[in-house]
Design a protein around this ligand. Sequence first.
Ligand code: PRP
Length: 190
Amino acid sequence: MAEGTWYAGDIDRVIVTEDQIRAKTEELAKQIAADYADADSLLLVGVLKGALMFMADIARALGRYGPPVEVEFMAVSSYGQGTTSSGVVRILKDLDRDITGRHVIVVEDIVDSGLTLSWLMKYLRSRSAASVDVVALLRKPDAVKVQVPVRYVGFDIPSEFVVGYGLDFDERYRELPYVGVLKPEVYARS
Ligand code: PRP
């Protein structure tokens, strides 16, 4: 696994492997493509920064199976620099264009408390999208404070702090190709 990388020594264990992510992304893209077979196009709205890897991979997979996609990004903040949700959602980067009448799919790396997504779905609906669905690679069912309908879910994972494949701890570890848990001493030294 991860030999020769700077981060390998910091990872306690892998939760979702690179192969599992690849296979699941294909599966989710096929499902979305089947459900939206009649749509002219899909507008993927990636939630920065965490969704960067998943956005690229799901867009490529949809390119093989689905209707044409267009991509947009939003940046919102719910965490600050720690490891727990604050419940405060702020727009750091808004959509660049009108989404009226569009079939929107929000692309998220993780649904933790659900606060970000709950807020985002209301926001996108208020901008007159024809439909708003969500594809999330990871979901922590135990941590859900707000019930949000996530139509497409990759993996339900335990309520532990995870990094990799876009997810960070203090802006590090986003480049890991898998999702893993950090060794306790990493937190102790930061
Ligand atoms: C994370 C993650 C989700 C959100 C989920 O983003 O990418 O967008 O938190 O948490 P919630 O379900 O508890 O609301 P974060 O705010 O850490 O920003 P980042 O993606 O830029 O790292």
